[in-house]
Ligand binder design. Structure first.
Ligand code: DP6
Length: 359
């Protein structure tokens, strides 16, 4: 079903009557075709598709209490975290029209990540999707008739408002987001699971090389903004649409893995090329990012491997490889790539089954 914005505005207004708690874990995701550039109201400039991860996730418990007006507190790893307040405040205020029951609620949001929040792993994707899912659990209590399809679509819609890539984290395995000519029911408002992928891709491994744990010099949100007026923006948005169209066919066929590699690596380098050609320009890769890429290419050639890489908006490298190469590639990572990482840190992860409700 294709949802419109109106579908997410409740037609009857129910208010919170008694305290309610929901707890979810929600995963991070890694884009294969990248979302980079957006319009007003978190509308992506091009469609994207991602692998949902498994081990990199956020666990969030939200307690809703009755109150006279919307207010919240946020605790990260058991400690109140004031630096998160502006983003959450903006998020909650921007979803009030879709979740009017929050206007008389006090939220206590207790959250923890399995990975460092500034490590370049998209913590906003897992974090925002986890809060959105908690809010939807409350909405389901207030309106028990909601279908499962609607529940996740609205969770994706709300998560998107918090952070674009978070829209994709509410679904398992492979997920697309953004209107595309080639994908039926694709939408700028919500993500949708891409279920036609061959099992070969549904069990892909992703090992994240923590090349640099530091805070990024330019945030994704600022980076998206620099696509406005970027000299290559229009070509880039067209290219992303073409890459998505090609990739969704490739994903149905294990034999096309070389094309998968070509598109995924090109997308990663194009993302960073956009950063390097923005005004002002910036570079998020570090010398060891390039060293890791060279070693991955060398390993691929020498071992006839299907290993490849992608990059997020940061210095870290996501090493992608099929499950049947896991033993050998894991060893290669430990022997040759981990020394390029801060404190030799790598996170072994794989394509995952999506968020899980804990209570
Ligand atoms: C490079 O979703 O973090 O990871 O919508 O401003 O919160 P905001 O940005 P965000 O951007 C993610 C960019 C990316 C590519 C991707 O995930 O598709």
């Amino acid at each position: 079903m294709t949802f419109t914005e109106k579908d997410f505005i409740p037609n009857k207004s129910t208010q919170l009557q008694s305290p309610f708690t929901a707890e979810w874990t929600s995963p991070s995701n890694i884009a294969l075709v990248k979302y980079w550039g957006k319009y007003d109201k978190q509308i992506p400039a091009n469609p994207s598709i991602s692998f949902t991860l498994n081990n990199c996730h956020t666990q969030t418990k939200t307690t809703f209490n009755t109150a006279n007006e919307l207010s919240f507190e946020i605790c990260v790893n058991g400690k109140e975290e004031k630096s998160f307040r502006p983003k959450i405040e903006k998020f909650l205020n921007s979803i009030l029209g879709y979740c009017p029951y929050l206007s008389t609620a006090r939220l206590k949001i207790e959250t923890s990540n399995t990975f460092p929040h500034s490590s370049g792993i998209a913590s906003s994707a897992s974090g925002m999707s986890a809060i959105a899912l908690c809010i939807m659990s409350l909405e389901k209590v207030l309106n028990p008739g909601l279908s499962e399809e609607y529940f996740y679509a609205k969770a994706s819609f709300l998560a998107r408002i918090g952070s674009g890539s978070a829209a994709r984290s509410v679904y398992p395995t492979l997920v697309s987001w953004g209107k595309s000519e080639t994908l039926n029911h694709s939408s700028d408002l919500v993500a949708s699971p891409y279920i036609q992928a061959a099992s070969f891709y549904q069990t892909y491994q992703d090992c994240i090389l923590i090349i640099d744990e530091g805070e990024k010099v330019v945030s994704s949100t600022v980076g998206h903004g620099l696509m406005n007026g970027h000299p290559f923006a229009e070509n880039r948005f067209e290219q992303a649409e073409e890459n998505l169209t090609e990739l969704i066919h490739i994903l149905q066929d294990e034999q096309k893995v070389d094309d998968f590699i070509r598109i995924v690596e090109s997308e990663a380098l194009t993302l960073h090329a956009m950063m390097m050609t923005s005004n002002p320009y910036f570079i998020l890769m570090k010398p060891n990012t390039l060293k890791a890429i060279e070693l991955i290419w060398k390993y691929r050639k020498e071992n006839n491997s299907k290993i490849c890489f992608t990059l997020d908006a940061g210095a870290n490298v996501h090493v992608l490889y099929p499950q049947n190469e896991k033993t050998n590639v894991d060893q290669f990572i430990i022997d040759e790539l981990s020394s390029l990482c801060q404190d030799s840190r790598v996170i072994f992860d794989h394509v995952g089954k999506g968020p899980v409700r804990l209570s």
